[in-house]
Design a protein around this ligand. Structure first.
Ligand code: MD6
Ligand code: FE
Length: 202
């Protein structure tokens, strides 16, 4: 069993879990995903365009528009989502379980200036499985709050190759990305940050 290198408020972090060659190979896998399922900027139910661009792989993808946040079996363009890359599934098998594969791999792409407000991951029908997240490229400042809105928060920088696991008691804590540090990684030729979140949906 691989053990977390840090645990902060019950959120497990596996620092430098992915080696630089593994990170590079993952980026290539993701380029293929994005060719099949192009990145788009979701609009929140409140009508704001998110600064992060997204797409998904798997049986379901996460989408948002004026009618709400939800999982959908097709990309907004109408095509089915591509399969989750095998290299990504291998990380899930090691750090979550070989018994059940995730249904969704959400791909979040941050350009300079993109951020993600505090939110809970609660669009899934099943909260029994952890959410696993892989970070690639520039460092992102990840803020961890509480299971209800408000209260004290703590932040950590997620670096390229870090993997984070949020399960059990902390599956529903509020979290977000305050900012990305430009130029902090050489993985992506034009910079930016990629985050993958893996989830069991139903
Ligand atoms: C991000 N991550 O790191 C956004 N959600 O860009 C998430 O929203 C997230 O990292 C649930 C569990 C882990 C995460
Ligand atoms: Fe999240």
């Amino acid at each position: 069993m691989t053990r977390p290198t840090i645990s902060i408020r019950g959120v497990d972090v596996f620092e430098a879990y992915l080696s630089p060659p593994e990170q590079q190979a993952l980026v290539e896998d993701l380029r293929a995903v994005i060719r099949q399922a192009p990145l788009f900027s979701p609009v929140t139910p409140g009508g704001r365009r998110m600064s992060v661009r997204m797409t998904s792989a798997g049986r379901y993808g996460w989408v948002s528009d004026r009618s709400g946040y939800r999982y959908a079996s097709h990309h907004p363009d109408g095509d089915a989502w591509p399969p989750i890359p095998e290299r990504v599934l291998a990380v899930w098998r090691d750090l979550v379980s070989p018994e059940r594969a995730p249904d969704c791999c959400l791909v979040n792409w941050y350009d300079e200036g993109a951020r993600m407000g505090l939110h809970q991951d609660r669009d899934e029908a099943d909260f029994g499985w952890p959410v696993l997240s892989l970070s690639l490229g520039d460092e992102g400042l990840f803020r961890i709050g509480n299971t209800t809105r408000g209260g004290k928060t703590e932040s950590i920088w997620l670096r390229s190759g870090d993997v984070l696991r949020m399960g059990g008691e902390v599956r529903l804590v509020y979290h977000g990305i305050d900012r990305v540090k430009p130029g902090s990684s050489t993985l992506l030729p034009r910079g930016g940050r990629i985050n993958l979140t893996l989830r069991v949906v139903d």
